[in-house]
Design a protein around this ligand. Structure first.
Ligand SMILES: [Zn+2]
Length: 192
C-alpha cells in the first residue's frame, strides 16, 4: 500500500463573521495583523484587531483581559508590542479564540499540497494541517480527487474511501491529522 501525505496550507487566516453596527448587518472582518496592548500598572489587556471588510470599522478580539502583567514574560510582551508575525498567526488561526469572543468563523483561503492519487491504487492517505479549522475532510477529498458529491458518496458507501479510525467522513472537519484508506476495498482480492 502506498503512503501519501497531503498538507492543507492556509493562505490567509479565517474571517471573523459578526454584526457590524455601521453596516447594519452581519459582516466579514479581516485580521489586521496588529495587536493592541493596553498596559497599566495593575492590569494588562491585549487584543487582536480586526477590520470590517466593508467599512473598515475595527473590532478587537480579546486575547488577555485585565491580566496581571507579571504573568507574561518580557519577551512575549515585546512580541505583542512589535506585532510579531508568528504570534499574530498563532492567534489569528485560533478559531476557539474567535468563538470565545462571540464571532462566527469563516473559511480561510487554502491550498492542498501533495501527490495526486489514483483511486484504484490502495493508498494510505494522511491529510495534515498545522491548524484546526472549519474545513470539511469531504471537501478536501472531493476537491483533490475531482469527485462529484454523488461519486464521493458512492465511494464512501462501498468502502473505497474510509477513515482508518472509523470517523464519519461525511461530517468530520480537519484537525491536525486524519488518516484514510483509499481504494483498499474494491472487492478484488489483492496479492500481497
Ligand atoms: Zn462594517
Amino acid at each position: 500500500m502506498q503512503k501519501i501525505t497531503w498538507e492543507v496550507q492556509y493562505l490567509s487566516p479565517p474571517l471573523a463573521v459578526r454584526y457590524c453596527k455601521k453596516c447594519g448587518k452581519k459582516s466579514e472582518y479581516l485580521c489586521s495583523g496588529l495587536f493592541r496592548v493596553n498596559a497599566q500598572r495593575k492590569y494588562l489587556d491585549i487584543w487582536l484587531i480586526y477590520k470590517c471588510s466593508n467599512c473598515d470599522t475595527t473590532w478587537n478580539s480579546t486575547i488577555y483581559s485585565r491580566t496581571n502583567p507579571q504573568s507574561l514574560s518580557p519577551e512575549l510582551l515585546e512580541q505583542f508590542h512589535t506585532n510579531d508575525s508568528n504570534l499574530v498567526e498563532q492567534y489569528a488561526m485560533d478559531i476557539e479564540l474567535l468563538r470565545r469572543n462571540g464571532a462566527e468563523v469563516g473559511l480561510p483561503n487554502y491550498r492542498i499540497t501533495g501527490d495526486e492519487i489514483c483511486i484504484d491504487n490502495p493508498t494510505e492517505l494522511h491529510i495534515i494541517s498545522k491548524y484546526s479549522c472549519q474545513l470539511n475532510v469531504s471537501t478536501i477529498l472531493r476537491e483533490k480527487l475531482y469527485l462529484s458529491q454523488k461519486a464521493f458518496a458512492q465511494m464512501l458507501s462501498c468502502g473505497q474511501i474510509k477513515s482508518i479510525s472509523g470517523l464519519d467522513l461525511k461530517k468530520i472537519k480537519l484537525h491536525n491529522e486524519v488518516v484514510l484508506a483509499i481504494g483498499s476495498n474494491t472487492g478484488i482480492m489483492r496479492k500481497e
